[in-house]
Design a protein around this ligand. Sequence first.
Ligand code: PLP
Length: 453
Amino acid sequence: FVPDLAEGSRVRAADRAHLFHSWMAQDAVDPIPVAGGSGRYFWDYGGRRYLDFSSQFINLNIGHGHPKVIAAIKEQADRLCMIASTFANDQRGEAARLIAELAPGDLDRVFFTNGGAEANEHAVRMARMHTGRPKVLSAYRSYHGGTATAIGLTGDPRRWANQNSGSASGNIAHFFGPYLYRSHFHAATEAEESARALEHLEQVIVFEGPGTVAAVVLETVVGTAGILVPPPGYLAGVRELCDRYGIVFVADEVMSGFGRVGEWFAVDHWNVTPDLITFAKGVNSGYVPLGGVVMSEAIYDSFRTVTYPGGLTYSGHPLACAAAVATITAMKEEGIVENAARIGEQVIGPGLREIAGRHPSVGEVRGLGVFWAVELVHDRETREMLVPYAASGAATRPVDEVVAACRAGGMWPVYNFNRIHVVPPCTITDAEAREGLAILDQALYRADAYTTG
Ligand code: PLP
């Protein structure tokens, strides 16, 4: 790679002249022009390289430039770029078969979408039609996507502005999931947190009217809103409540699926089988956009003679499905899911706990696989968040400084309010993980400067 700063400037200028960016005030947009990527690194036109501790949007599970996925896309492009979903296609069928084989229980039928938000839109539509009920319950501290129903389900501040403009759909009620570090239930142990969170969910079902609730939609491990790993018994308890009240259990595995937690699906950790799993991101690492819903036979049965009122021009796009087949196959051949589990247990988990011991700003580290959060506080005793919930402007400075220090050190992290997330590709090596943790360790001294404890 030959650095070319002039080309970098042109790329950036074209972006600023014509592109409208997601989730931002446009005047605040300041993109780094990226020239390329390989494995766990990407680089700009000046030759500055970043260790990707973000997996981009926590979707690039297989890393940048995987040769087998690239070859599969090229081969499919040569053969057939587009064929409508009315027709049978080998890559589409094989991708669905592979996903059904990986999914638990009798979740054997796949509807393909272009991404995660659409997957949740369709899961909810299926659940509403299957039950004949209108309402959906989802958790505070969640992200389910940027389209109308998905943003309505979302339990983070991104929903608020959409409700102001009236685009987030109704008939959704929110509940609190388990989060022992900031327990809403005054719990002291994981067992208490799990039991009380389930009691609370049942109360919400009862007060909303069980006969009106079509679905509970839940991220198996909450991603953007905090890497919240459910305590033992919680997901099984949700399954039981859904069975008791005839409610469809939708597990959103858009972020947690396909290796991120060191399993193909995060529900595998707890041996729980939901009725619907939504997926996207890691299914083909975003080499071509793809998402979908994998459903139980009972849900499928509802549409054997009744028309399903939904569809997409690009449902099961051949290039996206070829990328999924190649991604899943490569992940199996190369032990990539096992690598994610091992790195979490042996390198990232122990490394983060050691870092936590050195930094008074670290309140808690938690996670599994390549899915970790470092929660930053002003004071370990009071657990006051270093950046408050829904903060903007000057209030975000402590974490902004940590992020800037990570980037200056050559590592690209993910952050959300008072948390830094460590979410590298599942293919990361021990040495790369240690390199990134060392950069994070140094950056966290910036956060320590704001502690008061
Ligand atoms: N669900 C979860 C848990 C997610 O993390 C995301 C995206 O970050 C989505 C849904 C939305 O997916 P997409 O951006 O592909 O629409």
